[in-house]
Design a protein around this ligand. Structure first.
Ligand SMILES: *Cc1c(COP(=O)(O)O)cnc(C)c1O
Length: 227
């Protein structure tokens, strides 16, 4: 016997409308849109008015480009296929100082988002000092062909945990960093940090942020049990 799994398109769409509530969302569509199917999910999210998408694989990012020619597409993992990033206008994370210095020339014309590592210790620039180092080095780079810094982002690893202080710690470190760089006078087209849990916990998008980067809630699941 074959199991048939069906999605009620209208319910999926209505859920996404309810989650967005008129806020600017970057829809996370990694893992084939949480197994709902990339094409289906992107089409529904577009109907909701979402124009910014994020995933972890370049292959999926390119598929999104074909489904959404005008969308902003952000790749959360760094890759080395720089020509493809340019060809499909995929924006990408800048995951470390080492990556920056190693690929400063390869990255020409590619829009990058500076990643802040924070508590999760997965990838990212490690401090305000490292952020400033990239920003200053970049500003002094007189090469006409250079990368374009469009975004600033982090990932919260603890937003769905309520009995440890980790979320408050990572939240404060991040908001301090954003504040410091904006006070320095730097500007970013996109600033995004919040996953579903943080978006619900904060009751919306942080000040100065352009998007919440929401996945699971858009697919109708609760980011933590009390929602
Ligand atoms: C998966 C993921 C998200 C979305 O998280 P949800 O809990 O599904 O909302 C956001 N940011 C990053 C870096 C992710 O890997």
């Amino acid at each position: 016997m074959t199991a048939i799994w069906s999605v009620d398109t209208e319910k999926f769409y209505e859920n996404a409308v309810n989650v967005a509530q008129g806020n600017q969302l970057m829809a996370v569509v990694k893992n084939n849109a949480y197994h709902y199917g990339l094409e289906f999910a992107v089409q529904q999210f577009k109907k909701v008015g979402i124009q910014t998408f994020s995933t972890t694989s370049l292959r999926e990012a390119i598929r999104i480009r074909k489904l959404a020619p005008d969308a902003t597409i952000f790749l959360m993992n760094a890759v080395y296929e720089f020509d493809k990033l340019r060809a499909y206008h995929i924006q990408m994370t800048l995951p470390s100082l080492d990556f920056y210095y190693e690929h400063v020339e390869d990255l020409y014309d590619i829009q990058v988002h500076l990643e802040y590592e924070n508590l999760l210790h997965r990838s990212g620039l490690k401090s305000i000092a490292e952020m400033r180092e990239v920003l200053i080095h970049h500003a002094q780079n007189k090469n006409e062909q250079r990368m374009i810094i469009t975004g600033l982002w982090t990932h919260f690893g603890y937003a769905d945990e309520f009995d440890v202080p980790d979320y408050e710690i990572e939240r404060k470190a991040w908001l301090d960093l954003v504040d410091t760089l904006l006070t320095d006078g730097y500007q970013f087209d996109l600033i995004h940090a919040q996953n579903s849990a943080s978006y619900y916990r904060e009751d919306g998008v942080f000040p100065h942020h352009t998007h919440a980067r929401v996945g699971i809630a858009l697919y109708g699941s609760r980011p933590y049990s009390d929602v």
